[in-house]
Design a protein around this ligand. Structure first.
Ligand code: NAD
Ligand code: TYD
Length: 363
């Protein structure tokens, strides 16, 4: 079992990263080390998501560093300053639609940013004889989307061939290959995980589940791409992060693990479930919300179906999910209904103004 002391979490102000930091500091007594959160605070990063933890653990077990993973000098300095022994690399541009509209940032952050981190780690962890320490770890967070699109049956396993089809997934696939290349070529101790669609608190409200929850509450149109019959596999963010934590501790160096929810839903069916749930909790008329469903032009290259075979992490590392879909969706809806100021801060531009005053212009 690895003993992790100084964990550099990249993208810790984003959806999955901030939930990961919460999990470690609030729920994992086995973790006694320090987290350094490196985040550029792009439109998707929200440092307010961790304001309470910064108050509780700030300066001792939690430090925030505002910066870009592509900035080699800055990243090198962080490795030195904190004696980083572990990297958990979440930072990425993550929204497929944005990658279709403007792919360049995706290639910069997801490919060049990952390369910069890997090379900085290799340099920082190199020993006098040129070999790399074996008490360190670079864990890379990736996606099921690198495997492409499935037909009606089957599931992606760790040995499925890569077949990315959007600029987002192509960039993530490139970063996965770089991670493996750094392991095979330089002996960098790495692990890698590919996960299906996450849902839960703190997700930026452009992704399907939070967007639909908020639009239902606000009586806005509910845009469904194409025929609405695309299928995604949904996993609660905390279950995903427990999988990451399990890999950090006990995952075999050089191995990749798929993490999934074994929980496939057609988008349109999921939307009807959300309409019922949100309407019940918010005291709204579900039929009125159903009337706002709007079938819109399909996403170009829209992957039809994702499904993950996660038997390897279950069998080899003993990971299991704790949160069923009904419970997870209820928790998620409750969170968005209770945390309107988090959403309003983003939507009103108030949060952006605060970041610019405190951290300077955002990218
Ligand atoms: P997110 O978009 O919510 O957060 C990304 C974070 O990275 C933000 O805080 C942003 O400010 C930061 N960031 C972006 N560019 C940066 C840069 N150049 N330097 C430093 N920080 C930068 O994303 P998420 O949904 O939390 O996803 C996290 C990771 O998990 C990504 O690598 C993504 O590919 C992967 N993933 C996500 C899902 C999902 O369903 N959300 C599923 C599988 C894998
Ligand atoms: P999304 O949350 O963007 O995640 P991903 O593309 O990474 O799977 O989308 C989930 C599914 O929902 C995907 O099939 C696209 C679809 N979708 C809509 O139908 N309408 C929307 O407004 C959004 C954002 C997504």
């Amino acid at each position: 079992m690895r003993n992790l002391k100084n964990i550099l979490v990249t993208g810790g102000a984003g959806f999955i990263g901030c939930n990961f930091i919460r999990l470690l500091l609030e729920q994992e007594p086995a973790f006694t080390g320090r987290i350094i959160n490196l985040d550029a605070l792009t439109y998707a990063g929200n440092i307010a998501s961790l304001a309470d933890l910064a108050g509780q653990f700030g300066g001792t077990r939690y430090c925030f560093e505002h910066g870009d993973i592509c900035d080699r000098g800055f990243v090198d300095a962080l490795f030195k300053k904190y004696g980083v022994d572990t990297v958990v690399h979440f930072a990425a541009e993550s929204h497929v639609d944005r990658s279709i509209y403007g792919p360049e940032t995706f290639i910069k952050t997801n490919v060049m940013g990952t390369f910069t981190l890997l090379d900085a780690a290799r340099n920082a962890w190199k020993q006098g004889d040129g070999s790399i320490r074996d008490d360190v770890l670079f864990h890379h967070i990736s996606t099921d989307e690198v495997y492409g699109s499935l037909g009606e049956t089957g599931a992606f396993s760790e040995t499925s061939p890569y077949d990315p089809r959007s600029p987002y997934s192509a960039g993530k696939a490139s970063s996965d290959h770089l991670v493996m290349a750094y392991h095979h070529t330089y002996g960098l101790p790495i692990t890698l995980s590919n996960c299906s669609n996450n849902y839960g608190p703190y997700q930026f409200p452009e992704k399907l589940i939070p967007l639909m929850i908020l639009n239902i509450v606000e009586g806005k149109p509910l845009p469904v791409y194409g025929d609405g019959r695309n299928i995604r596999d949904w996993v609660y963010v905390e279950d995903h992060n427990r999988g990451v934590w399990t890999i950090l501790h006990t995952g075999v160096t050089g191995e990749k693990y798929n993490i999934g929810g074994e929980n496939e839903w057609e988008n349109i069916r999921l939307l009807h479930t959300l309409i019922d749930l949100v309407s019940k909790k918010a005291g709204l008329d579900p039929e009125k919300a159903r009337g706002t469903i709007t079938f819109v032009k399909d996403r170009p290259g829209h992957d039809r179906r994702y499904a993950i075979d996660c038997s390897k992490i279950k069998r080899e590392l003993g990971w299991t999910r704790k949160v069923g879909f009904e419970e997870g969706l209820a928790k998620t809806v409750d969170w968005y209904l209770a945390n309107t100021s988090w959403v309003d801060g983003i939507r009103s531009g108030e949060y952006q103004r605060w970041v610019e005053q405190n951290y300077g212009e955002r990218r």
